[in-house]
Ligand binder design. Sequence first.
Ligand code: FAD
Length: 117
Amino acid sequence: HLGNETIKAELGRASWKLLHTILARYPEKPTAEEREALSSYIYLFSRVYPCGECASHFQKLLKKFPPQTSSRVAASQWGCHIHNQVNARLGKKIFDCNTIAEKYQCGCEDDVGAAET
Ligand code: FAD
């Protein structure tokens, strides 16, 4: 169904946006608790993601590419890489992970160089 594909794509875009933004704001030097929280969040996300086909494929990807939680750079590069794995499977363009830091901002007070509107 075209309608279902549109909804699935919208859910995907929203989910990736949230995930990459979380990773872009993740501490540069996370504590053990923060590392555990991120790792749990990602594994739980893969279990509750409402597109079943997407979730089961993502769980397989997590086995191959476990979440990297040691630093902001490690986590955001991991996120970019795993999204690229999904892109490749879906025949989409591969994203240049060098540009990831500028792309995902949260509009939070402490955002350096956050886009003004
Ligand atoms: P998206 O892939 O949604 O990307 C949104 C935007 O993010 C892009 O426009 C680009 O600006 C940016 N971007 C692209 N690549 C990267 C990257 N590597 N790192 C950072 N930013 C990037 N759909 C299916 O049909 N089948 C599936 O099995 C499937 N599995 C999914 C699993 C997960 C965990 C998620 C979150 C989504 C999944 N989707 C799946 C949805 C799919 O990934 C897309 O979100 C959807 O097809 C819409 O694609 P899009 O071309 O608009 O861009």
